[in-house]
Ligand binder design. Structure first.
Ligand SMILES: [Zn+2]
Length: 351
């Protein structure tokens, strides 16, 4: 029997920095940035969208090897099956099963193919840790229950006013030239999604994830990139000294083979990690108030202020040994991020 595959699952709501964390972690020896593996079947296999390396997924040398071991002829059916099993309306039942201590997402014949996917990725990349930024908590629960998986959960949280603002931006699914846009939910919907997914993540793993649970806020990550990524790498089980940092807030990125995610996953070269704080200036008063009211329960839990202009998040999750304020420093500490091509967004702001 093969040893279990360790999966670092990035859970939570969208636009919280998961693509950034995945891309940076993928530069550490022993870690593989797989991207949003729940989309492999549809966006990767059926639609043949670009891998992180830029090749259409079916042409990427790495994925060509992995695909040989998968029932790719059934990809459309597996994708449809996943969509059906992971619907929002199944959440109450999922949480009830979790409370009773049974599999949150019931077993299904496609689970063998999903387990084979993680095993094949680990085998062909030689990685000790597969980083999956799928985010959706029900999918994480499903993966954690697959045979041969050792799941660790990284919960990324970002101020919901920032995520609501970020969701409204127009952005192509694979860059500015892609006519298919990333989803753009209105502020009220973005707020409710934020509350639901972050609350469900805590319910599923916050107090008793078998392999471990670590919560990191985007604001702490961008305020202290190097120490925060070290902490995440150590949690995942890779050597924290092996990272791509060339300065406290600058990384040198090489291409990944990630599936789906924010278009910023295609960025390579030296990249400063900076906070995107445009929402502080440009989010309307009405949207700010609406999102604040709708997410009130979560604001307190994750340490975000109610009032606009109030001091930044209180550092309940900040790495030890750093007394600096999370947001009082210039957002452009490393200069303006540079990337390749014109399609990359200017700042690390989502994913
Ligand atoms: Zn590739």
């Amino acid at each position: 029997m093969n040893p279990p595959v360790r999966v670092l699952y990035l859970a939570g709501s969208g636009r919280s920095g998961s693509t950034l964390v995945t891309t940076v972690l993928g530069q550490y020896p022993g870690a593989f940035a797989a991207g949003e593996l729940r989309y492999l079947w549809q966006r990767g296999e059926v639609e043949n969208r670009p891998c992180g390396c830029g090749q259409p997924l079916r042409d990427c040398p790495l994925w060509r090897e992995v695909r040989r071991e998968l029932p790719v002829e059934r990809a459309a059916g597996i994708a449809a099956g996943l969509r059906g099993r992971l619907r929002m309306r199944g959440l109450p039942a999922l949480l009830r099963r979790h409370r009773r201590g049974v599999r949150p997402v019931p077993a299904h014949p496609d689970d063998a193919a999903l387990a084979d996917l993680y095993a094949a990725v680990a085998r062909h990349t030689g990685a000790r840790v597969v980083v999956d930024s799928s985010k959706l908590p029900p999918y994480g629960a499903l993966v954690g229950a697959l045979p041969g998986i050792d799941l660790r959960v990284l919960h990324l949280v970002r101020d919901p006013r920032a995520t609501a603002f970020s969701w409204r931006r127009r952005r192509g699914l694979d860059g500015d030239t892609d006519p298919e846009l990333m989803s753009r939910p209105p502020a009220w919907k973005a707020a409710l999604l934020w509350l639901v997914w972050n609350t469900v993540t805590v319910r599923l793993w916050g107090d008793r994830a078998p392999g471990g649970y670590l919560r990191v806020r985007y604001e702490d990550l961008t305020a202290d990139p190097e120490p925060t990524l070290r902490r995440i790498a150590a949690f995942a089980g890779v050597d924290p000294d092996g990272g791509p940092f060339t300065g406290p807030a600058t990384v040198r990125l090489t291409p990944t083979h990630s599936v789906a995610g924010n278009p910023s996953r295609h960025r390579t070269g030296p990249v400063p990690i900076t906070a995107d704080v445009q929402w502080r200036r440009d989010l309307s008063r009405w949207s700010y108030a609406l999102v604040t009211v709708l997410t009130a329960a979560g604001l307190r839990r994750f340490g975000y202020p109610w009032r606009r202009g109030a001091p930044g998040p209180v550092g309940v999750d900040r790495p030890a040994g750093d007394g600096r304020p999370a947001q009082g420093r210039p957002a452009t500490a490393g200069g303006r991020p540079v990337g390749v091509g014109r399609s990359v967004p200017a700042r690390h702001e989502e994913g």
